[in-house]
Design a protein around this ligand. Structure first.
Ligand code: AP5
Ligand code: MG
Ligand code: ZN
Length: 218
């Protein structure tokens, strides 16, 4: 299966991806995670990306596209993958389409996680992420058993630099302007499937699984 998870910041892409890649045994390709790892490692890519991320802006298309293109030629993607947070501009979606045509590997589906704007601010400002394994929590909606400690690996939980109110507002604005048009783009291709992301985490997961189970052998 070659799947895209689409949705605004805080919709639950990462949360659902964590569960979906386990169930379907797919590599999780999150451009946000790739950039955060590069920042942590202090690479040139990290330095470039950080400038944009801290402002809540998108990293330039050419940079993102070349990273994803390279990633999609790695052997672990041969059996499919889950893209999280890419594409998020029309130019990225078109570049991906061209690449996949060349590789003769069409997308299986695009899952749009739909959540109302009012809910997203609370989700993002209350998010906590594990430094060790990257697991995602929420202080109210999905708390760890012990405060600031990851249930899965015992790692320390931290708040992302771009989860401040001002940056979140900017990210939501950027989403509406640059990423939301992709809903219509994939609808036109007939591969869009929207799920109600305002439900409980497990309910959203079940709804996605119901859709994906149809493609298990493709
Ligand atoms: P990225 O890391 O992709 O961030 P994002 O798209 O803003 O999305 P988030 O990770 O914030 O949200 P999510 O949907 O994963 O939600 P989560 O599951 O964590 O990108 C960061 C930056 O990198 C961008 O701003 C940009 O600068 C750059 N970048 C990345 N990709 C790029 C690209 N392709 N092009 C250009 N630039 C790019 O959940 C959020 C919170 O809600 C959590 O606390 C969670 O526990 C909670 N939650 C989840 N589901 C539920 C639920 N059902 N009910 C209640 N709470 C829930
Ligand atoms: Mg995420
Ligand atoms: Zn952890």
């Amino acid at each position: 299966m070659r799947i895209i998870l689409l949705g605004p910041p805080g919709a639950g892409k990462g949360t659902q991806a964590e569960r979906l890649v386990k169930k379907y045994n797919l590599p999780h390709i999150s451009t946000g995670d790739i950039f955060r790892a590069a920042i942590k490692a202090g690479t040139e890519l990290g330095k470039q990306a950080k400038e944009y991320m801290d402002r809540g802006e998108l990293v330039p298309d050419d940079l993102v596209v070349s990273i994803v293109k390279a990633r999609l030629t790695e052997p672990d993607t041969a059996g499919g993958y889950l893209l999280d947070g890419f594409p998020r501009t029309k130019a990225q979606a078109e570049a991906l389409d061209t690449s996949l045509q060349e590789l003769n590997t069409p997308l299986t589906g695009v899952i749009n996680i739909d959540v109302a704007q009012e809910e997203l601010l609370e989700r993002l400002t209350g998010r906590r992420v594990c430094r060790g394994c990257g697991a995602t929590y929420h202080i109210k909606f999905n708390p760890s058993t012990v405060r600031s400690v990851c249930d899965k690996c015992g790692g320390e939980l931290y708040q992302r630099d771009d989860d401040t109110i001002e940056t979140v507002k900017q990210r939501l604005e950027v989403y509406h302007r640059q990423t939301e048009p992709l809903i219509a783009y994939y609808q036109q291709q007939g591969i869009l499937h929207s799920v109600d992301g305002a439900q409980e985490i497990d309910e959203v997961f079940q709804e996605i699984v119901q859709f994906l189970d149809k493609f298990v052998n493709s």
